[in-house]
Ligand binder design. Structure first.
Ligand code: FAD
Length: 389
């Protein structure tokens, strides 16, 4: 019988692999596993947020030790109106994510470890070491998508301490009253405490580049306009998430079609994210629940394959929306799309974020006239169908 060094090797200690390893240790402590992470902590520098309806009540229970803050509602602001949405909003900060995971997984992780190559049962480290396992889970994060096949959600944020309370009772998910540039632009504010805020300058843009110096300056100007006197800047966070315009972006649970026998892939790397927000936390949680509940690790490839296929079919609708948003209107008018979206009933908005629109809800979604010329919307959709066949 073949001897393996471990039952499982996790390549990358980011969101999905971190969650899975953490739950595995709690529920199946006998499984021998190792996490290989190139950085010096779990989760990098991120704030992962989600809506209450994105997760099942059971998932919400087990993920609770990681939650840094939650608020009973959130707000949006557009040139034509402001709205408060009665849906609980949660944030997990990577600092806490690392602290909680490290307490339980210290002996299962090697930080500062760069993986060079991954195959079905082996990984090769940068220093040439080879480690074998019955199952390798590749969770190395997002891949670059084919040029022209996606738009981008890009952002740069500052965490600031103010001299006086800011007065926000809940997050502002989109403040689109700011000057529009570089596509659809909005500010995102998370109030951590009375005086402390994370403020992000966010854009739905054609290009991935962002001038962090300019964002830093304009976030401070935004604070000044709101009369928020900044005492100190603590932390910076930046990201760029692909928003696919074509269905071909999906890679499946295997590394690639031509490498059927390679390792299993999970998370962003496997295309398991919401096409219109670029967010992956809900699907990472679903992946964990799916794999943890299985009796036998040997069934993981089939389970992941089926799960990824289901996600892929649901993603198609959101890819179409991306096409309408990015291709049917002028970039500087893109805000109208979201201004229109946030007028929808709250339950529809919840289902949209949860990546769970039923056929009936899709019809309800489209019964509202799109905020772009109908002919342009149809032309964007037609181009999608042509490029897919
Ligand atoms: C700043 C930011 C904010 C985000 N906010 C949200 C949000 O609010 N809600 C949401 O749902 N989604 C959010 N996302 C999107 C998405 O959920 C995250 O990108 C999420 O972290 C993806 O999880 P993952 O496990 O697939 O990859 P990651 O969390 O990116 O993990 C990949 C890990 O693999 C490691 N790695 C890569 N290559 C190697 C290698 N060769 N050897 C060893 N280790 C390697 C990396 O260091 C990293 O730790 C955000 C993304 C960013 C960047």
């Amino acid at each position: 019988m073949h001897h393996f060094d471990y039952d499982i090797v996790f390549v990358g200690g980011g969101l999905v692999n971190g969650l899975l390893a953490w739950q595995l240790k709690r529920i199946k402590p006998w499984v021998r596993f190792l996490i290989l992470e190139r950085a010096i902590s779990f989760g990098g520098r991120s704030t992962w947020s989600f809506h209450e309806k994105d997760l099942t009540p059971e998932a919400l229970r087990w993920i609770t030790p990681l939650i840094s803050a939650s608020w009973p509602f959130y707000q949006v602001a557009f040139p034509e109106y402001e709205r408060q949405l009665e849906s609980r909003y949660y944030s997990i900060r990577s600092r806490k994510f690392h602290e909680v995971l490290h307490q339980e997984l210290a002996e299962n992780v090697r930080f500062n470890t760069d993986v060079l190559a991954v195959s079905e049962n082996q990984v090769v480290l940068k220093d040439g070491t080879i480690i074998s396992a019955k199952q390798i889970l590749d969770g190395r994060g997002k891949r670059e998508l084919e040029k022209g096949a996606c738009g981008f959600q890009k952002f740069f944020g500052l965490e600031v301490e103010l001299n006086h309370p800011h007065g926000l009772k809940a997050p502002i998910l989109m403040d689109a009253t700011v000057k529009q540039k570089d596509g659809y632009r909005f500010f995102y504010c998370l109030p951590w405490s009375e005086n402390r805020l994370l403020i992000e300058d966010t854009r739905y843009s054609e290009t991935p580049d962002l001038d962090s110096e300019e964002c830093r300056r304009e976030i401070l100007e935004y604070c000044a306009e709101k009369n928020w006197q900044v005492r100190e800047v603590f932390y910076e966070e930046t990201g760029c998430l692909p928003l696919p315009l074509k269905n071909q972006f999906w890679l499946g649970s295997r590394s690639s079609e031509s490498l059927r026998e390679t390792s299993l892939t999970v998370g962003m790397r496997a295309g398991l994210f919401h096409p219109t927000t670029g967010y992956s936390l809900p699907m990472a949680v679903q992946t964990v629940e799916l794999l943890i509940k299985s009796h036998d690790q040997e069934t993981w490839p089939q389970l992941l394959e089926r799960f990824s296929e289901g996600v892929y079919h649901r993603q198609k609708f959101f890819v179409l929306l991306n096409r309408v948003m990015f291709l049917a209107g002028r970039p500087e008018r893109r805000f109208q799309f979201l201004q229109h979206f946030y007028r929808l009933p709250g339950d529809l908005i919840d289902s949209f974020y949860a990546h769970r629109l039923s056929s009936f809800e899709k019809v309800r979604f489209f019964l509202r006239t799109p905020p772009v010329p109908i002919s342009a919307a149809f032309s964007a959709l037609r181009r999608e169908l042509a490029s897919d066949t």
